[in-house]
Design a protein. Structure first.
Length: 302
């Protein structure tokens, strides 16, 4: 990517590299490589579990932050980034009754999941069972209840769902010559350090160019490279990431550290390579204590 390295500062840090307009309707043809959101980003995203949700679309490699302007509405922001309103609500621990305020920072984190078209005779419980999903999450995300009636042709989003065997097979064929892990970026030899001491790699490259490094709960997590903290999410599912931290680096890349038991940094804080930023936990979607570590915009050497 031929562009000048992005160096955050206290004034533009919250904007990251997203195009932020005082009027979200002023320009709908946002440069997707800058805005870090793609068409149908919800369905196209591959999250920490490596779920394939739409094999026909490629995803962006970065997370966008948006600072709410006076008069903004969730529907306008969702349209600007080409995601659903629920994508924004779910990623920011908001609900339909929540109000957004001027100056508030929203994380535009396209959530991994399956876009399911309802077939005749299907029920919410049956769809949830099919994808081995969480019933409550599906109900909340789609503004449904167990008494809601769904009909053939309706669309139900299944957050963080695993693809069926058939979808996985088709996806594998469709991606024969294309990386689905966004792992083909530049290599910065020696730039990143392993984010924990000891432990073991429990899963190789998956999701957004991430690896899982397993270690006991409470193990310190270190900043893989120097930079500025641009996101510090605690509490909630957060697209399967649980508690997570994102750091923006001077070379234009981002690193993400998730499933943390506790985050020890704050947004806007400058951290140096090797600083302790969090501790390993089991928040979000995880079957054991580990840190899911992603490098967005460069090869992951771990």
């Amino acid at each position: 990517m031929n562009e000048e390295p992005y160096i955050p500062n206290s004034q533009n840090m919250t904007l990251l590299r997203a195009v932020v307009n005082a009027d979200p309707n002023a320009e709908k043809t946002v440069n997707r490589s800058i805005a870090m959101a793609t068409e149908n980003a919800l369905m196209a995203e591959i999250g920490p579990s490596g779920s394939i949700s739409d094999i026909d679309n490629q995803t962006s490699t970065e997370i966008s932050l948006y600072t709410v302007r006076s008069g903004d509405t969730l529907s306008e922001i969702a349209e600007l980034f080409d995601v659903s309103i629920n994508t924004i609500l779910w990623a920011n621990n908001l609900d339909r009754k929540s109000t957004i305020k001027e100056g508030q920072t929203l994380i535009i984190l396209p959530i991994s999941g399956i876009r399911h078209t309802v077939k005749k005779g299907e029920t919410i419980r049956g769809i949830v069972l099919k994808y081995k999903a969480d019933l409550n999450e599906v109900l909340v995300y789609n503004d449904l209840s167990l008494d809601s009636i769904i009909k053939a042709g309706d669309i139900v989003m299944v957050p963080d769902a695993e693809p069926t065997a058939l979808q996985t097979s088709v996806a594998s064929k469709a991606n024969t010559n294309t990386s689905i892990n966004n792992a083909s970026g530049p290599s910065y030899l020696g730039y990143y350090m392993r984010p924990i001491s000891g432990g073991k790699k429990s899963q190789g490259i998956h999701g957004h160019n991430g690896v899982d490094l397993a270690a006991p709960v409470g193990t310190p997590i270190y900043a893989s490279a120097s930079g500025t903290v641009i996101a510090n999410m605690t509490g909630g599912w957060n697209g399967g990431y649980g508690n997570y931290v994102i750091i923006s680096h001077a070379n234009g890349t981002q690193t993400l550290y998730s499933h943390n038991s506790v985050n020890l940094v704050s947004v806007g804080q400058r951290v140096e390579k090797g600083d302790t930023i969090a501790k390993i936990g089991m928040t979000g979607k995880t079957t054991g204590p580990h840190v899911h570590f992603e490098i967005r915009g460069a090869k992951n050497p771990f």
